[in-house]
Unconditional design. Structure first.
Length: 135
């Protein structure tokens, strides 16, 4: 009983740019520390989705729009967190628990890092899609 994968024929490793468009976000959960430019403290948050232009974070506090943050993403295949400068776009309250969905846009993130992030998110996305697709 085999599962058929509808993946492109070329090897995943050679995929330069994941094929999802500007607006699409991939659901990908990982933990992240962030620090607002005016704050001395790092705070912990969760990444819930990864996009071309930014991330959706789940934060314990509402982050005002236009706040500059430095985030440190924890990825499974890296020993060091991946740093990125981002800017908050909006925070919405998540009703069921006292958390906020905070959209942030990338301000600066090095090219290899953004590729690494997309790569991890895309692999995760393909695995999940494969597992959940009807037999």
């Amino acid at each position: 009983h085999r599962v058929e994968l509808s993946l492109p024929t070329q090897d995943m490793e050679n995929l330069q740019v994941p094929t999802f468009d500007e607006e699409e976000k991939l659901n990908y959960a990982t933990s992240v520390d962030y620090q607002a430019s005016r704050s001395p403290h790092k705070q912990a948050a969760e990444v819930v989705a990864v996009g071309r232009k930014g991330l959706t974070l789940q934060t314990n506090v509402s982050i005002p729009s236009q706040t500059n943050l430095e985030v440190f993403l924890k990825l499974p295949n890296r020993s060091q967190p991946l740093p990125a400068q981002v800017k908050a776009v909006r925070s919405q309250t998540l009703t069921e628990r006292k958390k906020y969905a905070t959209e942030v846009e990338f301000v600066s993130i090095p090219e290899p890092e953004i590729q690494a992030l997309w790569d991890v998110a895309l692999r995760h996305h393909l695995r999940v899609k494969t597992r959940t697709s009807p037999a």
